[in-house]
Design a protein around this ligand. Structure first.
Ligand SMILES: [Zn+2]
Length: 349
């Protein structure tokens, strides 16, 4: 019966009880599958192949996500202008929300609306256009019955604050996450802890980081944020092996391969840098130990990464039924039914 009661809880009530997992990474996963174009990165797949978006939502829930986040990242007016398809804006948003809402209600998970970096914010310009972009997307999310709104991937702290204000006007909980690039401050010069504190003071329910940085280069910033704020903290790294010298997935270089156009592995040649599931499991455990309680994985995530996060938190989502068990492997297995000569040959494989 406790499970049934759990499903009635909203985001904040769930966070009071324990960590919440929110899967992301739709852009990169659908790009890899051949249904979304790297570059503009607009989620036209929502209209062109809604069944694939729905299936991916289901895979992430199967893997342990507590949230179905509508695929409206980069489905904003500025991006649709860029690809000359502004007329599809409302339909794309409403469709993305309807798909996510269907999966959320069937699986008794939470439905999140999503707004993001507009790439149209400039500190010395009138922000009313940016604000209007947020308001229209949030309005469609409210119409669709979103349980909360995610505002993500912001470089500018000021832009994130505008997004937060637009969310707060609806009364829904707000999750606001910043992206830190190579520099350890926002373009306006705010540190991770400073921008997080400003967002928390302005009413964000959850603050933190998403995108660009992998587990290794995001963790130290999370520690600083956790110490600076009293609200819940979010962490959604990209699943790539970023380093101190190359702390973001855009800054990674692959000197062993001279076949990559432009010599930049981002975004379509990052394969050799992908974290394995054990690294994500370890990240989830470490981040949770720091006090981070809203966890996910951003661009590059596959369902196996989400399952690893869930298992790192001690959970066994439905997909855990298929987590590796090598005991019956034909050569590496330990089961008594495995042929001894195969076991002996294992070292030669
Ligand atoms: Zn991302």
């Amino acid at each position: 019966m406790e499970d049934v009661d759990q499903t009635k809880l909203g985001l904040l009530e769930r966070l009071e009880q324990g960590p919440v997992i929110c899967a992301e990474g739709y852009l990169f996963e659908l790009e890899r599958r051949g249904y979304l174009q790297a570059g503009a990165f607009v989620p036209e797949v929502v209209l062109e192949h809604p069944e694939l978006v729905e299936q991916l939502h289901r895979e992430f829930v199967h893997a342990g996500s507590d949230v179905v986040e509508a695929f409206t990242y980069y489905a904003h007016r500025e991006k649709l202008k860029m690809i000359d398809k502004e007329h599809l804006l409302e339909e794309m948003n409403r469709q993305a929300l309807a798909i996510a809402g269907r999966v959320a209600s069937e699986t008794e998970t939470l439905l999140a609306g999503d707004i993001c970096n507009t790439n149209a914010f400039a500190p010395d310009e009138d922000p009313s256009g940016v604000r209007a972009m947020f308001e229209e997307q949030i309005g469609w999310a409210v119409d669709a019955g979103a349980d909360f709104i995610v505002a993500e991937t912001f470089s500018w702290g000021e832009e994130a604050l505008i997004g937060l204000e637009a969310i707060k006007a609806t009364g829904l909980p707000a999750v606001v996450t910043m992206t830190f690039h190579q520099e350890l401050h926002t373009p306006e010069g705010w540190t991770p802890e400073e921008v997080s504190k400003r967002l928390a003071d302005a009413g964000a329910d959850v603050v933190g980081l998403n995108c660009s940085r992998g587990p290794t280069t995001m963790l130290p910033l999370l520690e600083r944020i956790r110490e600076a704020v009293d609200v819940h903290v979010a962490a959604l790294p990209v699943p790539y092996r970023t380093t101190e010298a190359e702390p973001t997935f855009q800054s990674l270089r692959d000197p062993d391969c001279d076949l990559i156009p432009g010599d930049r592995p981002f975004p379509a040649a990052l394969d050799p840098f992908v974290c394995n599931r054990y690294e994500l499991e370890d990240f989830a455990r470490r981040a949770h130990a720091l006090g981070v309680d809203y966890l996910g994985v951003c661009c590059g995530a596959g369902p196996h990464h989400i399952r690893a996060v869930a298992e790192g938190l001690g959970r066994t989502p439905p997909a855990s039924r298929y987590s590796p068990d090598m005991s019956k492997h034909a050569f590496f297995g330990t089961d008594e039914k495995v042929r001894r000569e195969n076991q002996e040959y294992a070292a030669k494989l």
